[in-house]
Design a protein around this ligand. Structure first.
Ligand code: CA
Length: 201
């Protein structure tokens, strides 16, 4: 079941969205201000975030910018009452994937949600496994023995950086076997200590 975080301070709209999306088969949680949205989004794994722009404490643009800054890749659809083109552009520049202008039709919103979820499903990165651990890049989640481990967004980013380096190392090993005359003494893909690799063609 796909999980959606709805960030909206007007409870009538929030509950309306929750009801509608639950009927569509989504698991929906609500955050009613910007700070609580940040906490929720960094602690739990959501498949999508519906983010209202006008929020108490931190507005939707700030929340979106903060989430992208800590590396969260979850698709974000901004809900904006403002129809000016500049506002829409600002929404997208802060890292939002899409925007929907209020008042929106539930049907249009559902279509946008489906489209955003489809887009992320396309760039699936396989999970990386070591020991009893599994790094799920898509959900920004670490699981050990199948159970999610509580990591902050920054910890996850750091772990992902180490892990993706390891993935590169593994590919370099196999690539060397394919292109190097003597893979044990590489002459094309040269390791540079503390840096990574250099290609000497
Ligand atoms: Ca609002």
């Amino acid at each position: 079941m796909k999980r959606i975080l709805v960030v909206e301070d007007e409870s009538a709209i929030a509950f309306g969205l929750q009801l509608d999306l639950k009927n569509e088969g989504y698991d929906v949680e609500i955050a009613s201000n910007g700070e609580s949205a940040l906490r929720h989004a960094q602690k739990e794994a959501y498949d999508l975030i519906l983010l209202d722009v006008m929020l108490p404490r931190k507005d939707g643009y700030e929340v979106c910018r903060d989430l992208r800054r800590v590396g969260l890749k979850t698709p974000i659809i901004m809900l904006t009452a403002k129809t000016h083109e500049a506002e829409k552009v600002l929404g997208l520049e802060t890292g939002a994937d899409d925007y929907v202008t209020k008042p929106f039709s539930p049907r249009e919103l559902r279509a946008r949600i489906k489209a955003a979820l489809r887009r992320t499903a396309g760039d699936d990165v396989p999970a990386y496994r070591f020991g009893d651990a599994e790094v799920d890049f898509k959900r920004c989640e670490l699981r050990r023995a199948g159970k999610p481990v509580d990591l902050t967004a920054l910890e996850f980013k750091l772990l992902a950086a180490f892990v993706t380096d390891r993935v590169v190392d593994n590919h370099v090993v196999t690539l060397r076997k394919k292109i190097e005359p003597d893979p044990s003494k590489p002459r094309y893909i040269i390791s540079v200590r503390g840096m990574g690799y250099r290609f000497d063609g």
